[in-house]
Design a binder for this molecule. Structure first.
Ligand SMILES: Nc1ncnc2c1ncn2[C@@H]1O[C@H](COP(=O)(O)OP(=O)(O)OP(=O)(O)O)[C@@H](O)[C@H]1O
Length: 512
């Protein structure tokens, strides 16, 4: 298939607001793609390269290159060039990358150039890319979107499942199941304002401590153990003590879901930054382990032996978990069978969790299944502090002690059309180390620098706390954050996982 076809559809999808029309346009081109190219076409129209982001700066991508008058580039030729780009390393790499990019852009028409620039920089603008692409694939293949979504969560990525389902239809989805050794996207939690609200919404439930550490999915098959983060990166070698624990359990094959935290001598959790640094360090794991031992606390069991447990209710999954994992390595919880009668106990459990230094609680409906990859309404987190995950749109150069460092962050929330609405600025909460780190990271994302403000590609997610919203005609959503402060950078989250304006309005409205 010609890239021109893909670029045209991308432009048309970007130009229409109606989701059903976007889906129809995508379904048409997916159905037309030859079987062996379907995965690539789906990937490109989800705004992703199968090889991952090649890390090419705007200086290379933004150069003027005369466009080709007529389309001739195929998606396969683009794929080959991107593979070549990904393999470039060593001295002279920059010049070599520039040569490949120039060759690619020179063979592209103006419309293809615009699309390629978006694809290579990770900024294709079509609006909620992957979600709409998934609906397009479902329509083209004639399968329910919910079934496809589930398969994608279990397989980890859309393009591979899309290629199979476009070729074989619904039959391709039947074989997709959780496999020990293949990570699935974890279930996420919605938000409730209070324990009382969560109890009303969920009915009989379990109230669990919400530990503030690193989410881990632990797969064991015989002696082999693999540990994955919530973004499915493998971190087995960084957490030897967790692998040892998994090997010591009385089961040969299982998949556990839990959280890893560090604790001080009194058993109180250490700040998230410390555990993130420990897990982020590859260099000397033994030394890092001595300096900060970590512990895993599990709250779910997704597979045991040959049984997949995802569709069992929390009640039964937890019974199986309790039979496998000793209490000392499970998240502390309170079962509330009768919410009306035991609300006070649930409140007391939250206070206890906070006293023990944890973030809050996650309340889970006892009859709920494990919705892989979804921010379900059957798990609700309750935290006393309001936080949001926002995307850095720009940063201002600091003054005084912060000269030479990017400081004041411009924060944006996602909008329905795939762009970002700025909600305010802050430099509060940033430690010296965070300032140094963000100056480096934002430098990589920089697109424009007027000496005062650096505009960046919207990719870095930061978690901020705030006191509420205030009306502000100066900002696009009509509101601004009050007293926003940065809690931490979230390099483990992509911009697509950041909060939406809708969530902000809902949460902020409640908070004030
Ligand atoms: N008992 C628990 N059950 C489920 N998740 C838990 C539990 N304790 C801690 N967590 C963590 O809380 C996260 C769920 O919150 P959420 O889905 O909103 O992710 P998040 O955006 O990282 O949350 P937050 O920013 O509030 O930490 C999980 O990903 C997990 O890492």
């Amino acid at each position: 298939m010609l890239l021109a076809e893909v670029a045209r559809v991308s432009r048309e999808v970007a130009g229409t607001a109606a989701r059903s029309r976007k889906t129809a346009l995508l379904a048409e081109v997916f159905a037309a793609a030859p079987a062996e190219e379907a995965g690539l076409v789906v990937s490109y129209l989800s705004g992703r390269l199968p090889q991952g982001r090649p890390g090419i700066g705007w200086r290379t991508l933004g150069r003027d290159t005369a466009p080709a008058p007529l389309p001739s580039l195929t998606v396969r030729a683009v794929d080959a060039a991107v593979s070549e780009l990904a393999a470039v390393a060593g001295p002279g790499a920059q010049a070599e990358r520039r040569r490949i990019v120039d060759g690619l852009l020179g063979a592209a028409t103006a419309e293809e150039q615009a699309f390629l620039r978006g694809l290579l920089s990770g900024e294709v603008r079509q609006g909620s890319l992957e979600a709409v692409a998934l609906e397009g694939v479902a329509k083209a293949a004639g399968v329910p979107a919910a079934d496809l979504r589930r398969a994608v969560m279990l397989e980890g990525a859309l393009p591979r499942v899309a290629a199979a389902v476009l070729a074989e239809g619904a039959a391709a989805l039947r074989g997709v199941t959780l496999r020990v050794g293949q990570p699935v996207r974890p279930m996420l939690a919605g938000t409730a304002r209070s324990v009382a609200d969560a109890l009303v919404a969920l009915g009989p439930c379990a109230v669990e401590e919400k530990l503030d550490g690193i989410r881990v999915q632990v797969h064991r098959s015989g002696d082999e153990v693999r540990i994955h983060t919530r973004s499915l990166d493998e971190i087995t070698d960084r957490l030897p003590e967790v692998a040892e624990l998994a090997r010591s359990l009385p089961g040969e094959r299982f998949v556990l879901d839990g959280e890893v935290i560090g604790q001080d001598a009194d058993g109180r959790p250490v700040p998230f930054q410390e555990i993130a640094a420990r897990v982020g360090s590859r260099v000397d794991v033994a030394a890092a382990r001595r300096a900060l031992p970590v512990r895993a606390y599990f709250f779910d069991l997704l597979a045991l032996g040959d049984r997949v447990l995802l569709d069992l209710p929390v009640r039964d999954r937890h019974a199986a978990l309790a039979a496998l994992v000793p209490e000392a390595s499970r998240v502390r919880r309170l079962v509330v069978d009768d919410p009306a009668a035991r609300a006070a106990e649930a409140e007391a459990f939250l206070s206890g969790a906070l006293d023990r230094g944890h973030e809050g609680v996650v309340v889970k409906a006892l009859d709920s299944v494990y919705a892989a990859g979804r921010r379900g309404k059957r798990w609700l987190k309750v935290k006393p502090v309001h936080t949001l995950d926002l995307v850095v749109l720009a940063a201002e150069w600091g003054h005084g002690r912060r000269t030479g460092l990017l400081s004041n962050l411009h924060l944006g929330a996602r909008t329905a059309d795939g762009t970002y609405a700025m909600l305010g600025k802050t430099f509060k909460g940033l430690t010296d180390e965070m300032l140094r780190w963000q100056t480096g990271r934002l430098g990589e994302l920089a697109q424009e620098d007027d000496g005062f403000t650096v505009r960046v590609r919207p990719e870095l997610v930061v978690e901020i706390a705030y006191d509420g919203l205030q009306r502000s005609p100066r900002y696009p959503a009509g509101v601004a954050l009050r007293f926003a402060r940065v809690l931490r950078h979230r390099p483990d989250k992509s911009a697509e996982q950041a909060d939406t304006v809708e969530t902000v309005l809902e949460q902020g409205g409640r908070g004030t």
